[in-house]
Design a protein around this ligand. Structure first.
Ligand SMILES: [Zn+2]
Ligand SMILES: [Zn+2]
Length: 243
């Protein structure tokens, strides 16, 4: 069992390949901007959770598959990497899923309330059209609240957190108190609620649920992560929403 100080979650930001740059060079103020889906250079963060059966969380837009595959080969035996979890339906997270799942021969999992547009290759439902791109239909396996995705070393519990999209999920590692939050919560901000299926009231109640988890580290879908103070970040998010 890895201790809490072991870097079991690898942070892969397709726009920044240097681990130390990500930790020490992150521009905190920039990260406080609200997630902007129309930014052409936008790529989601990608996380690799290690274990006998590692899991990849989110895939970016798919425009940087080569470097992502190289990085994954450095980090794990990719023959064991056969599962991808998508935090929600948006193109900046799912755009690379088809190509990566083909190359890794990986199954793809996401919440049942967000899976339909991805399964159908729906450019509007995934917002691929906003990026002047398109998505191919993809086989995805539905997951629901409370299901546990285990890497052998880490159990990631699915927490349904609608608000940014209706099928957004967070993943929580209870034993390490690590929260992977997708676009529900960022360091210093929250995800947009004004896109299709977004809902500010649901986002508020989702953040209130997250507050009770006892999370310490926070790994968001964009911007930097923090290894402590996750609860404080949730409180900042709630204040941002006027709660
Ligand atoms: Zn995003
Ligand atoms: Zn999003």
């Amino acid at each position: 069992m890895a201790g809490p100080l072991t870097p079991f979650i690898h942070f892969i930001n397709p726009l920044n390949w240097h681990w130390k740059d990500v930790i020490y060079g992150a521009d905190v103020h920039k990260s406080m901007a609200i997630h902007c889906i129309k930014d052409q250079s936008f790529e989601s963060n990608i996380y690799l959770v290690t274990g006998d059966r590692p899991v990849l969380i989110d895939t970016g837009t798919g425009r940087m598959i080569g470097p992502i595959m190289s990085r994954l080969r450095e980090l794990v035996d990719i023959s064991t990497l056969d599962r991808i979890v998508l935090t929600h339906r948006h193109y900046d997270h799912v755009g690379g899923a088809r190509d990566l799942s083909d190359r890794l021969e990986a199954k793809v999992f996401m919440h049942e309330a967000d899976s339909e547009p991805v399964r159908n290759g729906d450019d509007q439902g995934t917002l691929a059209n906003e990026f002047l791109d398109s998505v191919e239909p993809l086989d995805v396996i539905d997951v629901r609240e409370g299901e546990v995705i285990s890497t052998g070393e880490h159990d990631l519990r699915v927490i349904h957190t609608p608000g940014h999209t209706i099928g957004s999920i967070c993943l929580f590692d209870d034993s390490n108190r690590a929260l992977i939050s997708g676009d529900t919560l960022f360091v210093g901000s929250v995800g947009r609620w004004d896109l299709p299926t977004g809902d500010i009231r649901l986002l508020k109640s989702s953040l209130l649920r997250l507050k009770d988890l006892g999370a310490e580290s926070l790994y968001p879908g964009h911007g930097p992560f923090v290894e402590d103070g996750a609860k404080h970040q949730i409180e900042i998010g709630l204040r941002y929403l006027g709660v």
